[in-house]
Write a protein that binds this ligand. Structure first.
Ligand code: AMP
Length: 459
């Protein structure tokens, strides 16, 4: 709790990705209506074709019915922007909430009463703006009369901005409906996600704001950047991923121009190997800190050419392989700190000259897992007081085993040139929600790391 108080003294900038998560708790009769609208024969035919993207409503119905029949969680990209209206006229959303890493992190830090949270997302439609919490410490940068000012995001929206809505259809085991003469009963609970992938959603800083990035950097103690997974390889106007990555690189350099502000990059899985590689090679060398989960480090190692090590991490989840992978990554990319979270433990890897002691690094990870446990217990973190809920969550039952394996790994591998620390996670048995837990861990870890650096006069 004490470290949280210290972290709350900080000001943080976060960009780029936000979206609206619109959640529907599906009922059998809703599915029945959809099938009746298009006709069972047509739906069945489209199911056999198994569309990979949603271009028209029947693609959605076919993939949804398929997901319900198997009970498997799935996500299918929606590529036709015109279908927004169709969805909105067919469904009433039970819950609409902030999605996207930058949005989730901004709301989290604002609710924790951080000194100042500046959030930037290139698209800010009214509906998106309303998803931000109503806190006086939350700001959106606005350029007026060629000067930088700040407004609450709810006041800064722009009519006509595109909006990314991810529609999440939660389904329960036992739901039934008929597909023609066939009666379908959903075998498992899960969710079907229609994720919006439109060209109009870009990951960049708009040109009017870019000249002010040095000023923004000078006003904050740290920056958390995420959303690069949303970059596309090619755009219809001829621009490509190289163009946007060049801009992303410049953004980081600009943020650091006036003051060498620490930058954390939160890595999310990128399916396309070519893009994944580009993000790693272009951006990792420019940032100070990177956070990711275990499957992401395996993907990254694969992209860097360490395919055997990557396969081992995927297959065995051994701590020693993750430590080895972490060492490779901080060396090759010259990172100051790397944070890897898994379901059972969280790890930091730094070089030996890191100003923080191993105990301090562990304190930072403790804060991170406690915050995640709070969010998993409550669904959302509304105030710093909520943190107490997380403190009551016990460490997972493999905690002792994790520590043992870690000590073993340290003996086996040369770790003298590094600081590697690990803590077991506090794991909530029946979480209200698991969305945003990784982002919560990374925001908690990075900000408490900064707070400890600051205390030592190293920031
Ligand atoms: P990500 O894969 O980036 O979304 O991160 C998920 C992380 O959240 C995991 O690595 C765990 O550390 C944490 N986590 C997942 N489930 C729970 C839970 N039930 N209680 C607390 N933490 C959790």
């Amino acid at each position: 709790m004490e470290l949280l108080h210290k972290a709350r003294e900080l000001s943080i900038y976060t960009a780029y990705n936000t979206n609206v998560d619109a959640i529907v708790f599906l009922k059998g009769e809703t599915v029945q209506k959809l099938i009746d609208e298009f006709g069972a024969t047509a739906v069945r035919r489209r199911m056999e074709e198994y569309p990979r993207e949603i271009n028209e409503p029947i693609d959605f119905v076919a993939r949804l019915v398929h997901a319900l029949k198997t009970g498997k969680p799935m996500a299918v990209p929606l590529v036709n922007e015109e279908l927004h209206e169709w969805f909105d006229s067919h469904f009433k959303y039970d819950v609409e909430r902030m999605g996207g890493q930058a949005g989730i992190i901004a709301n989290l830090l604002a609710n924790l009463d951080f000194r100042r949270v500046i959030v930037y997302t290139p698209h800010l439609a009214k509906k998106q703006a309303r998803m931000f919490v109503d806190k006086p410490n939350l700001f959106y940068p606005v350029v007026e009369d060629r000067k930088l000012t700040f407004k609450h995001p709810r006041e800064a929206y722009r009519e006509g901005d595109p909006i990314k809505v991810n529609r999440i259809f939660e389904f329960r085991a036992g739901t039934t409906f008929k597909l023609g003469s066939e009666t379908i009963t959903v075998p498992f609970s899960g969710r079907f996600i229609v994720s919006a992938r439109f060209e109009s959603i870009k990951i960049h800083t708009k040109s009017e704001l870019r000249p002010f990035l040095p000023e923004i950097g000078s006003k904050v103690d740290g920056a958390i950047l995420s959303g690069y997974q949303g970059i596309k390889l090619r755009y219809s106007d001829g621009k490509d991923a190289n163009y946007y990555l060049k801009k992303a690189k410049e953004d980081i350099i600009l943020l650091k121009r006036k003051k060498d502000v620490k930058v954390h990059l939160e890595f999310a899985s990128i399916q396309n190997r070519e893009l994944r590689k580009k993000v790693i090679y272009n951006l990792f060398p420019l940032v100070d800190s990177v956070g990711m989960d275990e499957s992401e480090i395996a993907h990254i190692l694969n992209a860097l050419g360490y395919s055997k090590l990557s396969d081992r991490i995927f297959t065995y989840n051994r701590i020693e392989d993750t430590v080895l992978g972490g060492k490779i990554l901080i060396d090759e990319m010259n990172l100051e700190i790397l944070q890897i979270h898994t379901i059972y433990y969280i790890m930091y890897v730094t070089h030996a000259d890191n100003p923080l002691s191993e105990e301090e690094l562990m304190q930072s990870l403790e804060l991170a897992t406690t915050l995640a446990a709070t969010r998993a217990s409550l669904g959302d973190i509304k105030s710093p007081e909520d943190f107490k809920v997380g403190l009551k969550v016990p460490y997972n039952e493999r905690g002792e085993y994790v520590k043992l394996r870690f000590e073993e790994a340290k003996r086996k591998l040369r770790t003298r040139e590094y600081k590697v620390v690990i803590i077991p996670t506090r794991l909530v048995k029946d979480p209200v929600s698991t969305v945003g837990l990784g982002d919560t861990i990374s925001a908690g870890a990075f900000t408490s790391y900064l707070a400890l650096l600051k205390e030592k006069g190293e920031l």
